[in-house]
Design a protein around this ligand. Structure first.
Ligand code: G
Ligand code: G
Ligand code: MN
Ligand code: NA
Length: 252
C-alpha cells in the first residue's frame, strides 16, 4: 500500500507517536521547553521520517487531522509532566500552513486547551516564516487572537524565508527560532547572520532560540552573543516521553 493510504489509517491504528526535544535556557542551563516532533511507526517500513510524510499530509489535507492530534497529545503530555511535579515547561507544536489558515483555528486551539486542561501559557505554536508572509492582516488578527488566548507563537526556521522587518515588528510573536543551518554549517558568514538575528530579536522584544546546536563551540558562541535558549543534539535528541522524566532535573 502507498504511504498515503497507510497514513490515512495511521492514527486509528495507533502508529503515530510524539517525541520531544528539550530546549534549555543558555543562562541557567535549565530545561524551559520541549518541541513536539511526530514519529510514524509504519507497519512494514519501520520508522518513517516526518520530512517524508508531512509534505504528503500537507498535500492531501491530512495534516489538519494529524496536526491537531499532535497538539492534543503534546498538551496532554505537558499537563501530565506538570501533574507529576516537574518544573513547568512550554511545549512547542509545529503548525502547518493549512492548519493556520483554517477559519476556526483559534477555536480549535481553545478547545484542545480546554479538553486537556493545559494552562495556555505552556503551549507555543511554531509557524514558519513563509506562512507569516501571506495575507498580512489575516495573520496579524489570528496571531492576536491566539495571544489573547494566552498561547505563545514562535517563528520556526527563521532566516530561511523572506520576512521583512516591517512585518516582523507588527507580528505579536514571542520568539524567533534560528534555523539549524546557520548554527551547524560552518560557513564564515553564518556567525554574522546569527549575531544579527539575536540582536534583532532582542530589539523587537522577542526571545531567540538556536536550533541544531551540536557542539560545545557552537554553544559557547551563542552564550557570548546572549542567545536566550538552545535546542540540538549537543544537549539531547528528540526522545519518547518516557525517556525525558530525568532531564527536567539536569542542570547542565
Ligand atoms: O523531527 P524531524 O527532524 O525528523 O522533523 C522533520 C521535519 O518534520 C521538521 O521540519 C519538522 O518541523 C517537521 N515536523 C515534525 N513534527 C511535525 C508536526 O507535528 N507537524 C508539522 N507540521 N511538522 C512536523
Ligand atoms: O523544522 P523544525 O525546526 O520544526 O524541525 C526540527 C528538526 O531538526 C527535526 O527534524 C529535528 O530532529 C532536527 N534536529 C534537532 N536537533 C538537531 C541537531 O542538533 N542537528 C540536526 N542536524 N538536526 C537536528
Ligand atoms: Mn519546529
Ligand atoms: Na526549525
Amino acid at each position: 500500500l502507498s504511504i498515503e493510504t497507510n497514513l490515512r489509517k495511521a492514527i486509528e491504528r495507533d502508529e503515530l507517536q510524539v517525541h520531544y526535544q528539550p530546549q534549555k535556557s543558555i543562562l541557567t542551563g535549565k530545561v524551559v521547553g520541549m518541541e513536539a516532533l511526530i514519529r510514524w511507526h509504519h507497519p512494514t517500513r519501520g520508522v518513517v521520517s516526518p520530512s517524508e510524510f508531512i509534505p504528503i499530509a500537507e498535500k492531501n489535507g491530512l495534516i489538519v487531522e494529524i496536526g491537531e492530534w499532535v497538539m492534543r497529545e503534546a498538551c496532554i503530555q505537558n499537563k501530565q509532566w506538570q501533574d507529576q511535579g516537574h518544573p513547568p515547561v512550554i511545549v512547542g507544536v509545529n503548525l502547518s500552513a493549512l492548519q493556520f489558515h483554517q477559519k476556526d483555528i483559534v477555536q480549535r486551539v481553545k478547545r484542545v486547551l480546554k479538553e486537556t486542561g493545559l494552562d495556555p501559557h505552556y503551549l507555543e505554536l511554531e509557524i514558519t516564516e513563509s506562512m507569516a508572509m501571506s495575507n498580512e492582516e489575516y495573520i496579524i488578527k489570528t496571531l492576536n487572537d491566539l495571544r489573547n488566548l494566552g498561547v505563545h507563537v514562535s517563528i520556526d526556521d527563521f532566516g530561511t524565508g523572506y520576512s521583512s522587518l516591517k512585518y516582523l515588528s507588527r507580528f505579536p510573536v514571542s520568539k524567533l527560532k534560528i534555523d539549524k543551518a546557520f548554527i551547524n554549517e560552518n560557513q564564515e558568514q553564518n556567525q554574522a547572520i546569527v549575531k544579527s538575528i539575536i540582536h534583532m530579536s532582542h530589539s523587537l522584544n522577542m526571545k531567540v532560540i538556536a536550533e541544531g546546536v551540536e557542539t560545545a563551540e557552537q554553544l559557547a558562541f551563542l552564550k557570548a552573543e546572549r542567545c536566550d535558549e538552545m535546542q540540538g543534539y549537543y544537549y539531547s535528541r528528540p526522545l519518547p516521553p518516557e525517556e525525558l522524566s530525568s532531564i527536567f532535573t539536569r542542570d547542565h
